[in-house]
Design a protein around this ligand. Structure first.
Ligand code: FES
Length: 111
């Protein structure tokens, strides 16, 4: 068991607080394993489905950083629900610098 904390608000507005997240766990895995609504992770973390789309809290954006080109292209497929701090949850792996991160699960795209 790890000791990193994550706060994840699901698509129903329910806030899930995790306090024993292991380093290396992606936000998609964390959400999926814990039944967080709105996190599907259909492609298994391959950056190929965007069903793990989250909005990173603005205050964490600098630490998380912008998506790379491949991830951005995938986010563009869900551009109708994309925001400035959109990232794919499977591409954010927990590490000590991200301890305490807050994200909101994005609603499904209507594309
Ligand atoms: S799980 Fe498919 S893009 Fe993240």
């Amino acid at each position: 068991m790890g000791n990193l904390t994550v706060k994840m608000t699901d698509t129903q507005g329910v806030v899930h607080s995790f306090d024993s997240v292991e380093e290396g766990t992606s936000l998609m895995e964390l959400g999926k394993q814990n039944g967080v609504s709105g996190i599907m992770g259909d492609c298994g973390g391959g950056c190929a489905c965007a069903t793990c789309h989250v909005y990173v809290d603005q205050s964490w954006w600098d630490k998380v950083g912008a998506p790379d080109e491949i991830e951005y292209a995938m986010l563009d497929m869900v551009a109708d629900v994309m925001q400035d701090t959109s990232r794919l949850g499977c591409q954010i792996k927990m590490k000590s610098e991200l301890d305490g991160i807050e994200v909101v699960v994005a609603p499904a795209s209507s594309y």
